[in-house]
Design a protein around this ligand. Sequence first.
Ligand code: NAD
Length: 373
Amino acid sequence: MLHVREPRTLRKPAGKSKLTISDITADAVRLSAYEGHERIWLGRDNESGLTAIVAIHNTALGPALGGTRVWPHESFEAALTDALRLSRGMTYKSAIAGTAFGGGKAVIIADPKTEKTPSLLSSYADMLAALEGQFFTAEDVGLSLADADFLRTRAPNVVGTGSGSGNPSPVTAHGVFFGIKAALKHRRGTDSLKGIGVAVQGLGSVGWALCEKLHEDGAALTVTDIDTTRIEEAKRAFGATALAPDAILSAEADVFAPCALGGVLSRETIPSLKAEIVAGSANNQLARHEDARLLMEASILYAPDYVINAGGLINVAAELAPGGYDRAAAMARVAQIPKTLSDIFARAERQRRPTNEVTAEIAMERIKAAAAA
Ligand code: NAD
């Protein structure tokens, strides 16, 4: 059973750690991304170089669950905004996926290739342990399965580990793959991927696993990544066409699958899209919630990110189920993603509203009902 504590309380950081954890909720209120967060914690350790933000958005449905992102944001404010937007997205994602969790997310400001040292991760594990009962975490961009395993040795509130449900990325990719098929079915009446052009942005854990499935089903792939070795590998493995990172949005393709970072769909970029479907794993694909209307007006079908990419969340949440992790039960829930999307597409079309607006409405209804209960 989950042990849930009142969100304000904090365990004392362990041992001789130089880690300090402070509540920065009041400082974040001025940011537009703040939007009703319950609590925001900042962990700092000058010795290990840790600067970590844990944002807890809403716990009406349960304790906060969300990944930990390790990324060298250009400023503290950019990292905080990222954490706030991501944790809010997790609240909505959990509500739509029907898991008994609230929304939270962590961001560690560091370059995952050069600064993610064992001492930094140890320090972060101490922060997680101090937040036990109010925040559960797993992999995200920059945090691997090996890192999650390492954190789990020091903090009990880490899921998606080798001894638990494993890396969530393949499960996320599985959900995105079937989500793309649901979008094709809605738009074209057939979900066949034979000869369908898919432009994939980001060849990391999810993007790569997605490419494997798309390639196997006969899709024609156009790919990009900021890591050129990944591109070369994709050319060899999938016969993919390679594009520079800034050219992928305007790729000649039927489907654009953003699988890198957020904010790729904006007033500036949407007019250059050639695809008629946007369906990918990246969180916060829209720079602004309202930009989904531009997609609708351009007759581009948008699969809301937190619906299509919920596979990983569903899988790690299953690890915390009262009876323990049951892979078959988790995958059965992931298999609901295409149906959820189809219902959202149909409702949005009937009501002539952007798909993300309809989705947010459903999520809010569930959160409000839980808060009132
Ligand atoms: P990852 O770190 O393994 O991969 C991200 C990839 O994107 C990397 O290869 C990176 O080089 C590339 N990239 C970064 N900026 C880019 C740019 N501007 N253009 C092209 N490529 C760029 O991360 P991941 O786990 O595969 O996650 C990808 C996205 O999906 C993230 O937004 C993440 O939050 C989201 N997501 C992941 C999961 C999961 O289970 N891993 C679940 C839900 C959502």
